[in-house]
Design a protein. Structure first.
Ligand SMILES: Cc1cc2nc3c(=O)[nH]c(=O)nc-3n(C[C@H](O)[C@H](O)[C@H](O)COP(=O)(O)O)c2cc1C
Length: 165
């Protein structure tokens, strides 16, 4: 079979912009977290959210043993925290020493500088390719601030990731 022609697809996705999140997890021991662009609301009734975690990431290895994930949205005012979680790996750096956080619902790490967050119970995990899809059922959250300038893919697209995907 002929190789697929990806030119149109590559051009289309290069035009896209969307919110990016910091996703955190804990499984018994130290917390983990990374910047995630592959994330989307996936159902209304019941409410569901899908997060894609790269198999290369430290966060993926911790999330494999977790029951819940926390999904954080940031105002551009705190883009430094988003950059920290996207450009450094928990394999070499303790990112949680460099930001303020606390244990929230289901003992999931909550980043204090986030403008909004929710905690989701992991309902399912399934392969997406080089990422694994985590299907989440939201169980708790906080939306305390007005949020008009959330960090989007366009703000961080040139950030060198802590791990290659
Ligand atoms: C713009 C951008 C989008 C990213 N999207 C994802 C993603 O959807 N899923 C993922 O697992 N990693 C994604 N990453 C990569 C991780 O955030 C990055 O490699 C991080 O340093 C991994 O940290 P960890 O090893 O501590 O988990 C993205 C990075 C950038 C810069």
């Amino acid at each position: 079979m002929a190789e697929p022609d990806l030119e149109a697809f590559d051009k289309l996705v290069s035009l896209l912009d969307y919110p990016v999140f910091v996703v955190t997890a804990a499984a018994g021991g130290a917390p983990a977290g990374c910047l995630v662009g592959f994330a989307s609301q996936a159902s209304i009734h019941p409410p569901r959210f899908l997060v894609g975690l790269s198999e290369q990431n430290h966060t993926f290895r911790v999330a494999a043993g977790a029951t819940h994930l926390a999904v954080h949205l940031f105002d551009r005012e705190h883009i430094d925290v988003v950059e920290l979680f996207g450009s450094r790996s928990g394999d070499t750096v303790n990112k949680f020493d460099r930001c303020t956080w606390h244990l929230g619902p289901a003992r999931t790490p909550i980043l204090d500088d986030a403008a909004a967050w929710f905690v989701g119970r992991i309902l399912d995990r399934f392969p997406l390719g080089d990422h694994v899809g985590y299907l989440l059922e939201p169980v708790d959250g906080s939306m305390p601030h007005q949020l008009e300038r959330w960090v989007s893919f366009r703000d961080v697209r040139d950030l060198p990731p802590g791990h290659e995907a």
